[in-house]
Write a protein that binds this ligand. Structure first.
Ligand SMILES: *Cc1c(COP(=O)(O)O)cnc(C)c1O
Length: 396
């Protein structure tokens, strides 16, 4: 595998050189004021990226999956009911985790390719007269299918039902790449990871926690030690951690947020939208389509490309890796083989995206798929040419 080529998987993402350097630092005593000086800007930066008003940021040495576990174990008790829609591998895995923890999961089965079903969520909450549902779980960006869900719409559904459940959002593949508004959407716990929009190595679970979720800790009886928010918040008060923090990653996080804010968060979101749109133009020019059921569901961080009948998406991913040293994502679960995924988030430009599209086309030709070389690349080129000036002006 070439380490020169960018990766086109939806995480871990390509890392800016300066972020890698920011992570590389000498050993530092994490109980010293030097650590607190490094930690505070990272926490403050996360608050801005998540658009938090109240509540706390928790940064755990873990990954997004650990962030899910921290969210549920700190706020819920065995036997509690949560409401979750299942429409892809990641929403499925969060549901599975809840069940393994002894939670009752009221599952809204939703076809893969669709997003969170707002009307069904509202109906389920309205029907819950006894208030058994303690939390609604939502996967903001379903990385397996390239589908974005309407979190503001879920909040509206919850309000319309007059239901007091908490709202937990998996934003692992959306936060820092697509608009996110924790305060505006009334999110109680937002979960992110370091290795996607934040452009860092894997190793941090990054959470925003609302005052309501903090209050829920008082009565939550699911077992927790390593992920206990109470221990974390008590240690934060002393400028530190209850155990050894991932110091280098935290330094890298503060720097990555600086990069994102130098570009401007709105500009970062616009860049992701433009890159995603270029990829989608290429996909349509190939005579294929995104797996997401409709345009309003298209993710700006990952496109799951539906491959033609008789073609195998996994074969393309394997060939791209072995022959050209380029990484794409395979289809997961029930879409294995039926799609391949192009990640377009993190440190990425239009020119980098074109190289990925060109590599995908070479693989299609090698595999005998009926796609002419350059067709998708040309469609993306036209779109990028037509929108480059506007981007450059916006960046000035
Ligand atoms: C990547 C991802 C996860 C899992 O995160 P890890 O950091 O691999 O544990 C969870 N949810 C979504 C939506 C993801 O994209």
């Amino acid at each position: 595998m070439s380490f020169q080529n960018p990766v086109f998987i939806p995480g871990p993402t390509n890392m800016p050189e300066s972020v890698r350097k920011a992570c590389d630092m000498p050993t530092l005593d994490h109980r010293s004021p030097a650590f607190a000086r490094l930690f505070k800007p990272a926490v403050a930066g996360v608050r801005r990226v998540l658009k938090m008003q109240a509540g706390e940021v928790i940064i755990l040495p873990s990954t997004g999956t650990g962030g899910w576990e921290a969210a549920i174990t700190n706020t819920l008790s065995p036997g509690d009911t949560v409401l979750a829609a299942r429409f892809g591998m990641f929403s499925h895995r969060w549901i599975d985790m809840c069940q393994r923890h002894g939670l009752e999961v009221q599952i809204l089965e939703t076809p893969w390719g669709q997003g969170a079903p707002l009307a069904a969520i509202e109906a389920a909450l309205k029907a819950d007269k006894a208030g058994k549902i303690k939390a609604v779980l939502a996967t903001h960006n379903e990385t397996a299918t390239g589908v974005k869900s309407d979190i503001a719409g879920i909040r509206r559904a919850m309000d319309a039902a007059g239901h007091g459940a908490m709202l937990f959002v998996d934003g692992v593949s959306s936060i820092a790449s697509m608009p996110f508004d924790m305060a505006g959407w009334g999110v109680d716990i937002a979960v992110a990871g370091s290795q996607k929009g934040f452009m860092l190595p894997a190793g941090l679970a990054i959470l925003g926690v609302s005052p309501k979720a903090i209050a829920a800790m008082e009565t939550a009886r699911l077992p927790r030690t390593f992920f206990d928010f109470k221990d974390m918040l008590a240690a934060y008060g002393r400028g530190g951690y209850p155990y050894t923090p991932a110091v280098g990653l935290i330094a890298g996080l503060a720097h990555a947020i600086e990069l994102l804010e130098d570009e401007g968060l709105e500009a970062v979101y616009a860049r992701h939208h433009r890159l995603a749109e270029g990829v989608r133009r290429a996909v349509f020019a190939w005579g294929m389509a995104p797996f997401a059921a409709s345009a309003d569901l298209y993710s700006d961080t990952v496109t799951a490309v539906k491959v033609p009948e008789g073609c195998d998406g996994t074969a393309l991913v394997q060939l791209a890796a072995s022959k050209y040293g380029v990484a794409f994502g395979v289809g997961l679960g029930e879409v294995a083989g039926k799609v391949f995924r192009i990640g377009h988030l993190g440190m990425l430009t239009d020119v980098m995206v074109l190289s990925g599209l060109a590599a995908a086309e070479m693989c299609m030709a090698d595999l005998g798929w009926k796609v002419s070389l350059g067709s998708g690349v040309a469609a993306a080129q036209e779109y990028f040419r037509g929108t480059a000036g506007a981007m450059a002006l916006a960046a000035e």
